[in-house]
Design a protein around this ligand. Structure first.
Ligand SMILES: [Zn+2]
Length: 530
């Protein structure tokens, strides 16, 4: 059976209607042309003048981490420490003895007194059960005494590329692994549950493809999440296409992965192995991002690298030998320097493998030029504008702030695609499009970033569609509404190319179609939809 979608308006297309058969857009044209092509058995969907975009591609996120976030204690709405501690108290009351309380999403910059939750506060509310609350950025964690005891952390514990403040129970970067190791072990069932919660959330937001970094979020090594993803893809149970950004705990683990026969491109159009993902530094919010100078609002800190230069070089060289691109998380300009140095001899003319940089935040003009010269693929997150606009200048000073988050320069000079880094920010491409265009914070009114780097609405939509497809070599089959492409699209209640830019963030996704299947439908008065 075919489905004709008529009376529509489509991004980057002058069609009024499309025909979908076996998951593929087989025809685009006028209403009359599509109606002439359907038979009695076929279905007609009246789009009633709504606006349809290609299914959004979230080019960097953590699908399993998002699903875990949605099913654990969510702290992202907390506006004060008291609110956070109240939520923890409630959760502690309903948690059985011996069970972990795992939460995520707090950001002390949103609290009036800017104080972090520390060990003494968590102990006061919950002395008997282990508590671990991850900061929104994922690069720092607040824990209670019970959690440290179970993780075997005492006042003498140290971890390379990480930091432990034993007195306050603040754990940063690589040291977080000690807590993760003490958590209840993931199982195929728990991983499947997280993936399906994450996929559902993405579909609600019009997303049909995710580039997802999952290995560190489930089990002791890559095999558990990989097995679950492969099973789901063979059974055609994935409702988003997944391009896996492969992150490892050590070079040894990465070489085992290669020995197992995995490399970029292994898989199918539901689940495919993507690039090697490297974490290099921390976050701007937690002041762990590695800067070449000191933090303007705390001259005692420069941030730090979570990986040493030798390992960085080893990873990148090993990846290149297997024709695997590397994409490296860089937030501070010192991290960008080190990654550019590691890429120096590895990235070939024109960057055919698509080596890249994830985040592209604190950057100097000389670095931006090098990124453009080497045609590195840039994975940025315009959703970060909402919070980072409130801290950027304070953290790095006016001069560096001006050339940071250079989305337009990157978009116009190389392949640059957009994403959420969920669960750091919850996926919301429409809000991301609005923030890429306005560069004005909604949460912190009055805070903005250099507007010379604003995208147009058209560019912002492309950053979530065509450019995301190009980054992962799928530009011939996803990211556009075009004959021969997969029927991956999202129907919106608003023409985002014609409405007021500030209204884009409030546009509603009415329906999400992936591979021809309706994977989400809006239902009035039901937040879950169909
Ligand atoms: Zn990430």
């Amino acid at each position: 059976m075919s489905v004709g979608y008529i009376n529509g308006t489509f991004f980057h297309s002058d069609a009024e209607a499309i025909l979908v058969e076996d998951g593929i857009i087989t025809m685009t044209g006028t209403n009359a042309e599509i109606l002439a092509a359907v038979t009695k058995e076929d279905e007609i969907v009246d789009l009633a003048g709504t606006y349809t975009v290609p299914g959004f591609i979230d080019s960097h996120m953590h699908l399993i981490g998002l699903g875990q976030f949605l099913t654990n204690l969510q702290l992202d709405d907390c506006e004060s420490l008291d609110e956070l501690l109240d939520l923890l108290r409630q959760k502690a009351a309903e948690t059985k003895a011996g069970e972990w309380i795992i939460g995520r999403g707090y950001n002390e910059d949103r609290f009036p007194d800017h104080r972090r939750p520390v060990k003494s506060m968590l102990d006061a509310v919950c002395p008997d059960k282990p508590v671990a609350l991850t900061r929104a950025c994922g690069h720092a964690m607040s824990v209670n005494s019970k959690a440290m005891e179970l993780a075997g952390i005492d006042e003498h514990t140290t971890v390379e590329g990480g930091h432990i403040d034993f007195a306050d129970g603040i754990i940063e970067e690589n040291a977080i692994t000690l807590i993760h190791d003490a958590w209840p072990k993931d199982t195929p069932v728990s991983v499947r549950k997280a993936i399906s919660a994450g996929m559902r959330y993405c579909n609600k937001k019009g997303i049909t493809t995710v580039c997802s970094d999952d290995f560190p979020n489930a089990g002791d090594d890559y095999r558990l999440p990989l097995d679950v993803f492969e099973q789901l893809s063979y059974r055609q149970e994935l409702t988003v296409r997944v391009n896996e950004q492969c992150e490892f705990g050590s070079v040894k683990e990465f070489s085992e992965f290669l020995d197992d026969g995995y490399t970029t491109d292994v898989g199918n159009d539901y689940f495919r192995i993507g690039p090697l993902k490297l974490i290099t530094d921390g976050s701007l919010g937690a002041r762990t991002a590695a800067l070449s100078g000191t933090y303007a609002d705390d001259p005692s800190r420069t941030g730090y690298m979570a990986i040493n230069d030798e390992d960085l070089e080893l990873y990148v060289k090993l990846a290149a030998r297997f024709n695997m691109p590397a994409i490296a998380h860089c937030i501070g300009d010192d991290a960008v320097d080190r990654v550019l140095a590691a890429y120096e001899d590895v990235v070939l003319e024109g960057n055919p493998l698509h080596h890249g940089i994830v985040h592209c935040q604190i950057m100097r003009p000389d670095q931006i030029q090098k990124v453009l010269d080497k045609k590195l693929v840039c994975y940025f997150q315009s959703l970060f504008v909402d919070y980072d606009a409130s801290i950027l200048e304070a953290r790095v000073g006016r001069e560096l702030a001006k050339t940071s988050y250079p989305f337009r320069t990157l978009f116009e000079g190389t392949i640059a695609c957009n994403g959420s880094d969920a669960p750091v920010e919850l996926n919301d491409p429409l809000r991301g499009i609005m923030l890429a265009v306005t560069r004005e914070s909604k949460r912190f009114p009055g805070c903005s970033m250099n507007k010379d780097e604003a995208l147009t609405v058209e560019q912002a939509v492309m950053s979530y569609t065509e450019k995301g497809a190009e980054a992962i070599f799928m530009e011939d089959r996803i990211g556009r509404i075009k004959e021969g492409y997969y029927a991956d699209f999202a129907v919106l209640d608003t023409n985002i190319m014609a409405c007021d830019v500030n209204a884009i963030g409030d546009a509603k996704v009415l329906m999400t179609v992936m591979n021809g299947e309706r994977v989400y439908e809006y239902v009035p008065d039901d937040p879950e939809g169909r």
